[in-house]
Design a protein around this ligand. Structure first.
Ligand code: SME
Length: 159
């Protein structure tokens, strides 16, 4: 795997186009799931410098926090609760322009203003979610959805 991440400036699309192959190279050939999730969270944090980026893993019918970058976060989230639990329940990516307008949003940091949550679906079941939080309002859009879903699709959850 490459030792250093090449970080670029430019449009959001440019940044993802530069980052996605690097993430693929980092996780390629590595079978340890936690190692791969940790490096994906680190790579996204390094490129985009969001407030919080990481994974919640489905364990015993609850989301439990997994590898992440950012401030300490709530440990467990139930299905249907918060943005993460709602994305899990609805099995779809949720883009929240202003977290204050999302009923039931779970605030792990008062600095968080907008959020995107992408479910990881394997064998027709949600096994995890990727959660990204920004300190800017309306920071996530369809471009993030497209590329984050592409990154998620490349993860092998079948170890
Ligand atoms: N805001 C999330 C909780 C997780 S933290 O933001 C890291 C939610 O509403 O589900």
């Amino acid at each position: 795997m490459p030792e250093d991440l090449l970080i670029i400036k430019g449009t959001k699309e440019d940044q993802y186009k530069n980052l996605v192959p690097q993430i693929a190279a980092i996780i390629e050939g590595e079978t340890d799931l936690i190692a791969n999730l940790a490096n994906i969270a680190a790579a996204l944090k390094e490129q985009f410098d969001w407030l919080w980026v990481g994974f919640y893993l489905v364990k015993n019918n609850e989301l439990v926090v997994g590898p992440f970058q950012g401030p300490v976060a709530c440990t467990r989230i139930k299905k249907g609760k918060g943005v993460c639990g709602t994305s899990w329940e609805q099995e779809k990516t949720l883009i929240i322009e202003d977290v204050e307008h999302f009923p039931g949003h779970i605030s792990c940091s008062s600095l968080s203003k907008s959020e995107i949550v992408v479910p990881v679906i394997k064998n027709n079941e949600v096994v995890a979610v990727l959660d990204c939080d920004s300190s800017l309002l309306d920071d996530f859009d369809e471009t993030d959805k497209f590329y984050l879903e592409e990154i998620i699709a490349g993860i092998n959850f079948n170890e």
